[in-house]
Write a protein that binds this ligand. Sequence first.
Ligand code: SF4
Length: 414
Amino acid sequence: MTGTATLDHRELYRLPWTLPDNAISWLEPTSACNLACDGCYRENVANSHKPLEQVREEIAAFRRLRNSDGISIAGGDPLMHPDIVEIVRLVREMGMKPILNTNGGRLSKELLRELKQAGAYGFTFHVDSKQGRPGWKDKNEIELNDLRLQLAEMLHEVGGLTCSFNSTVYEDTLRYVPDLVEWAGKHIDLVHVMVFILYRAAVPQIPFDWYAGSKQVDMNALMYSEPGDRRVDMKAPELVAEIRKRFPDFDPCAYLNGTEKPDSFKWLLTARLGTKERIYGYVGGKSMEIIQAGHHVGTGRYLAYASPKMTSMGRTMLLLAPFDRGVRGIAKRYAGSLLSNPLRLFRRLYLQSIMIIQPVDFLENGAQNMCDGCPDMTLWNGELVWSCRMEELKQFGCWVRTVPREESGADART
Ligand code: SF4
């Protein structure tokens, strides 16, 4: 049975990310992709690669509009772009960390080395069971861990790169999430971040009519409309409850709220410290606050991704114990384990993050609850826009409003 965890947002740290001052921005140099993943929100357009000059202008626009520590280079799949190495170099030269968001299908060791040399900071690999990936079709999430491990080991071999994985979570794959959390724990030395994105789509059972300005529109024109009856309202606390079935002490520490609901968890961050053998516990919000605020004081930016060097300094994080109850518990358990086997002192203690992302939610009155302080803002006609809904701008020139069905008609058009 699916349950839901009770989380009180006032007890968690609200990540300090805002529209003008954020950890990340979202660059899309192409919308071409070599896969057609279920749940993708970008139309796959062959040869839609932006010229380098346009990419340079977009990076400059990000710099002008907001502080960003890192740039997610996404798409489409960014490795489809013939000048991807140059794009990575541009981002680095313009003073930000280039993070490639890719399905990894086109990544070879040679290309990886070139990207690293050009300044790549890390990779977020999208791997899940609804990608129709050649060679991995019909594999479930657990079987796909072999592919995840191959990619993580490839990165580790080159060294110095942050390794993250994201997967979309559907009603029928929710039960695998604890397996992925467990797998990530066993590879805490290689995998630095796991991201779970709850599936969303415009489905017929959503009880709204869709309006662009005063005109009712057909959402079937958009990439993210879906004719079937699928569940599109899973929430982050439901995922937490699922994870807690296997890891009862799983304890998120920080969040981004929704634009309409302060107590919704649009980005929900959990951080844990452990070795490949054992997770010692969960870091509390105070540590996140110290890390984010400290990074901002030191660099003028909020931290996007930590380097592998930083994530392997778990023992240094224990110094935060006086400020953080979560870290105090970890320090106690770690000290106890050293007493029972002092050789453990020679094993590194790693930090690993698990992020749950809950995209747009529709409230009963038709309001759309978006991520407040959206890190994945991209550019449309020189303006910052939500990357997850850019197809609306491409198709209709404006955001689509949702109007409860019984109210639509003359009233909705006034
Ligand atoms: S608003 Fe959309 S693009 Fe922004 S973080 Fe949320 S899901 Fe991602």
